[in-house]
Ligand binder design. Sequence first.
Ligand SMILES: [Zn+2]
Length: 1176
Amino acid sequence: MSVNQQAHTGPPYGQPQPGYQGYQQPAYGGQPLPAVPQSQYGAYNGPMPGYQQPVPPQGYFPSLGFPSKGSPVSLNSDTSLAPNFIGSLRAPPTSGAPPPASGASLPSGHLAYSQFGHGDVQNGIPASAAPMQRPPASQPFLPGSAPTPVSQTSTFQQYGHPPASVQQLSNHMAGMTIGSTTASAPPPAGLGYGPPTSVPPVSGSFSATGSGLYTPYTASQGPPPTSVSQGLPLAQPPFPGQPISTQRLPTQVPGFAPPPSSTGIGLSSYPPTTGAPRPPTMPGPPLPGQTLAGPPASQPNHVSSPPPPPSTMAGPHPGPPMSGLHGPPPPTHPPQPGYQMQQNGSFGQVRGPQPNYGGAYPGTPNYGSQPGPPPPPKRLDPDSIPSPQLNELPPQQKPRHRIDPDAIPSPIQVIEDDRSNRGSEPFVTGVRGQVPPLVTTNFLVKDQGNASPRYIRCTSYNIPCTSDMAKQSQVPLAAVIKPLATLPPEETLPYLVDHGESGPVRCNRCKAYMCPFMQFIEGGRRFQCCFCSCVTEVPPHYFQHLDHTGKRVDFYDRPELSLGSYEFLATVDYCKNNKFPTPPAFIFMIDVSYNAMKSGLVRLICEELKSLLDYLPREGNMEESAIRVGFVTYNKVLHFYNVKSSLAQPQMMVVSDVADMFVPLLDGFLVNVNESRTVIASLLDQIPEMFADTRETETVFAPVIQAGLEALKAAECAGKLFIFHTSLPIAEAPGKLKNRDDKKLINTDKEKTLFQPQTSFYNNLAKDCVAQGCCVDLFLFPNQYLDVATLGVVTYQTGGSIYKYAYFQLETDQDRFLNDLRRDVQKEVGFDAVMRVRTSTGIRATDFFGAFYMSNTTDVEMAGLDCDKTITVEFKHDDKLSEDSGALLQCALLYTSCAGQRRLRIHNLSLNCCTQLADLYRNCETDTLINYLAKYAYRGVLSSPVKTVRDALINQCAQILACYRKNCASPSSAGQLILPECMKLLPVYLNCVLKSDVLQPGPEVTTDDRAYIRQLVTSMDVAETNVFFYPRLLPLTKADVDSDSLPAAIRNSEERLSKGDIYLLENGLNIFVWVGVNVQQGLIQNLFGVSSFSQISNALSTLPVLENPFSKKVRSIIDMLQVQRSRYMKLIIVKQEDKLEMLFKHFLVEDKSLSGGASYVDFLCHMHKEIRQLLS
Ligand SMILES: [Zn+2]
């Protein structure tokens, strides 16, 4: 979807809008957009009396289905509740002292309160004289006494005791070296792993050109590495010249002490059967002059002799690494108190699943620090899987290749180490540029002036000062932002600050909001902006004296001066039309065509809604939700329902003229649940009966969205549509689609069309929806292709969520669907949202990834933004940065809460800046980098062949690592692969992205699956992409049934599996339970309640509830995992050697994949080769 490349047709939201009045304007800002039928339904654009006339427009006729009786009674529509909630939410307690000068009169219009925009006008000057619709009183903020959020999901548990001390962590970089070992002729390898018998690995990602691919760099390349960058030897390499050791057991690194020595892993040792020197056909280095971001560097065939290094690399540093800052300093600096260094042992641990992984995930039920609420999707449909074939699990003991998988960086080890080192202390955000613990570590956050990593994570916390340096390193500078992230109960929600009628204090020039980095000068009368340096007068009501350090004396009393994240209550100037919003509405739109009825889906939805409607999101301590609800059913025509509380029975109105959608009723369509409870219950009882005998198989789709949109327009509110849809919309109507699925396009230049919408109709519709604040959540139940790429457009661009349940069956899928639905309906969501990221001079946000719409280059617009949605923002230099001042980000999100309150949520983050590349490489976060790279690549498939995208990714990462090697690592032989400590997992994770279904689909992956995954990943946070690309694999039989902990995870490779054990693998979408053929009968009995392996049914969608410790333990682990994820995962039972095993193996991402993806070992060798070419 080219959201990010949308033509900008509308002016930025937030400008004074003449055009705002009336909802007839298709877009904010008053410029009518082209292609939008203007006022077609004029009569329905406002709550007009005429609406209730029973005279139906064409195509409308009262239905026979419902007795319509009762005279229309106007509903008590609960609009404009907003004012009542002020301060009752998370507003700081009002005890005592009113805020400084809250009543002070506003200096007449000297401030332009514009939310966005640099410069003058924007939101215009706040009319201080304008009558406010809400209580103007500002609330004093009392630190520490903020009310606790009510609606937190309690997914976090077990945080360590937060010590109060501030710890500064310096992330430390260790070089990893993988040296070459010479290898003698490789023994024929076993199938399945690594290099197939004497043939070099041929994987799709690489241009395999013959056996020479992985030729040894060995002998001819000089002595194998003994050195270790940084003096941190990781594993003992073979001695130079020593001819091989096939099975080197790396020295074990005890504990977390610095590993012994660098590993000499002969990357080159690949079985060059022929032992021949590099064949000329080897993929060459990038063409000279080619720049980094460019196309794949590795085109086979050019190169026999290494061309000069790409220009960008050529820069500063030919020659051997200078000493000084290059070799990453050995751990000279002692670990800071409390934390240990993190360089341990990825290399060099003893083989075997879990020997020293520091103990079981000690009570960390919350892997993944972002709690996930529950809805689930699915990834592959097992039903569509071709028959078995392929494999027997390779035996445990296979001939080993020369590269010991235990000697290359292990994700499990890195995760464990971070947990041990950083999981026990809270992460205090008071220090600039601190790298937070990994997303897989459970930690508590204390906001002391920077936003929590739950809200913002960066690819690097130390940014190069210059653009040249940034280009040289090729490390993308990006932030992954989750503005409404759910926090664990132990952490404090952002305080709500109310400055009364004057609104938040902002910089006059860049409009940045008051934050801890603003500098007060002249005795507190003015402040200098930390973003643009402009000096602004402090409004009289905000004046405060400074203490001897220059700090305002009310520093700790004001969240916006002392915290990284907080909220401001927005004034009317921040509202559309200069009118406070009314509470949002939810509209449930149910497909009642044949398939939906037959599967029992409609009945299931209706039953569920009866109770679910009592759990609509509500704010703070409100007794009931302010959200109104409405109902529509449809097949080829639409049915609207009047559920006004005064009716004895609901009334149906049918609109069959779908070409010209309108809403046939206003009064009684959107209602308060409590008031209309009986009528709604009656409706939900009747719907399944009413369509029970339908024979209608065709559906429409776009008109459904249009209907929801029109209803929200008429009600003058934002809201969300929940659409439950089953098939490709082929009925005659706008947005009608045809089946254009064609798997033959895979791997051709036309493959990209599979990801593009087949018509631009939906893009235009999305634009209208965004303008209205109409967010679309889509629940799909396809039995065949339904073109997710097209149907998902509106969902995607409005910030909505999409869920897919292929071949939906009540028995097996209802739990998953209902869990998803419940969570989706209940989760925290903001409407009509606009986000802008401001940065200090020197860098600026240049690119955005996520589910949203952009009508200009800076404002990210989302009709809805929920607590799970993430926006990834890329930054580029536009000037120099300085080490002294660092770099600042301020993310401002303007949104309407579920009670209709307009608010601004502000997140600030300060980063360090560096003039030495080593500092950059020491402060990167690989998980975030992968999040960015995956999103970048997934967008790339819309416009480029998939292979090009993969090659570009490989090239960029090779450049990143080559730059490190060249500039930061200590001198060492070219045969060594040296990885920066904090990027040592980059190769393995990158390989997972390259092998993912979007970039390299297996035969069983459908076009819809790929479009679906692409869309999901685009909104994922770092924890989600981490487990999605490198799933978590747990040996269930190793679980301690007496503790709450999870068994220690193991690496995702088949050779780690034992036939006598049972394993669980989860990736955020699916949970697999794999059962080995030799599992003891007793365990099988305990877990599945059957007496033998052969009796285990793989049709189970849940484990039987059995009263024994093992069963309870496994079920509790599964429950724990479900709670952590934002979607309810599908449980799939896989028996070893059964046909479903192929699906399971797809997730053993360290192995070679059936679709041609490289094994980790092979890929590491490939990366090494790429790096060498760049360096040569
Ligand atoms: Zn400024």
